[in-house]
Design a binder for this molecule. Structure first.
Ligand SMILES: [Zn+2]
Length: 328
């Protein structure tokens, strides 16, 4: 587990309120260590810190009874990072991740593959696709399969805690030298300077101490190597339009980045940023129509399939490419 560098009060405080009783972590900015400002920038009518751990568990899994509750986000006055100064601690996060029901993702495989393909194109622009390869949280390997097909990597390190996907993942790297580590933070199992490319897709928004995790990854990378990171972008148009209802404002994200704040974070962890760009996510037309109708208050049982047509949209995600600084 990543250690906490910037915890304001190592003895987590007890949240107030008659319904609570849960103790949550209090912390300073996880990037620069500044104390949080008093006023939140993003909050819900009922904030998560007034609710007990058991009340928040269904919400963590995506089920809401009376609207969602989140831990309020503040904007750091030092570095501009949007983060929650009160959040679950590492022990609570461990319990929440362990109880999650299997991923019932509605987005079908061809759309997911097309999205991951776009991320791979970014790696390809910056990397010779040789040496060692690390992916943190590869799931069934939809990114890694591109590396196997088009790259000449000689060793694969895949940090994937979910044992249910192990078979699928092994299939992807079949015939290549590989290590599947069942720990999202199993960097100690990877030798120093083992890899020339590393990838983290929708991981960095979830970490309580992203700087420490990035420093651990840095140790495993060769000089001139390429790190590709995909995160949400809280400065995106979609977020500005829908405010706190933006789905990335949720109990799973202790902080959310924008192009400026991720540059500062990468700098704090010893990386130089090469590129920050908006990414394209692919969806079936049917899926988008269904969600549009839901937003308008309709709950149709069935929507036309449009021959399973897939469209690409820039929908509030960004991709960051970086290299270890000063290690040429
Ligand atoms: Zn800060």
């Amino acid at each position: 587990m990543a250690q906490q560098d910037h915890v304001l009060d190592p003895l987590a405080v007890t949240a107030s309120g008659p319904r609570s009783g849960a103790a949550y972590l209090r912390r300073n900015c996880p990037c620069c260590g500044n104390a949080p400002p008093a006023q939140p920038e993003v909050r819900t009518a009922i904030t998560a810190d007034t609710l007990g751990f058991d009340e928040l568990t269904p919400q963590w899994n995506g089920f809401f009874k009376e609207g969602k509750s989140i831990f309020s986000y503040v904007r750091c006055t030092g570095c501009g990072l949007l983060y929650a100064p009160v959040f679950f601690d590492n022990e609570q996060l461990g319990r929440l991740y362990a109880q999650m029901p299997p991923n019932m993702d509605e987005v079908p495989l061809p759309a997911l593959r097309a999205t991951q393909r776009g991320y791979f194109e970014a790696l390809k622009r910056h990397s010779a696709l040789k040496g060692g390869f690390i992916e943190v949280g590869p799931d069934v390997g939809l990114f890694t399969e591109n590396c196997v097909r088009e790259g000449q990597f000689d060793e694969y390190w895949l940090l994937e805690p979910n044992r249910a996907v192990e078979g699928a993942l092994r299939q992807v790297v079949n015939g290549r030298k590989h290590h599947i580590v069942h720990d999202m933070f199993g960097f100690k199992d990877i030798p120093e300077k083992a890899a020339s490319a590393a990838v983290m897709i929708h991981v960095l928004d979830h970490l309580l101490d992203p700087v420490e995790t990035l420093r651990q990854i840095r140790r495993t990378l060769t000089p001139g190597s390429t790190l590709v990171i995909v995160t949400h972008d809280e400065s995106s148009l979609l977020r500005q339009v829908i405010g706190s209802r933006w789905p990335a404002f949720c109990l799973q994200h202790p902080q959310i980045y924008n192009p400026k704040s991720i540059r500062k974070l990468m700098d704090a962890a010893g990386f130089e940023v090469k590129e920050v760009s908006k990414t394209v996510n692919h969806f079936e037309v049917k899926f988008l129509l269904k969600h549009l109708l839901w937003a308008l208050g309709f709950k149709p049982k069935k929507v036309p399939s449009f021959a399973n047509a897939v469209v690409g949209l820039k929908l509030g995600n960004m991709l960051t490419v970086a290299t270890p600084r000063g290690a040429a």
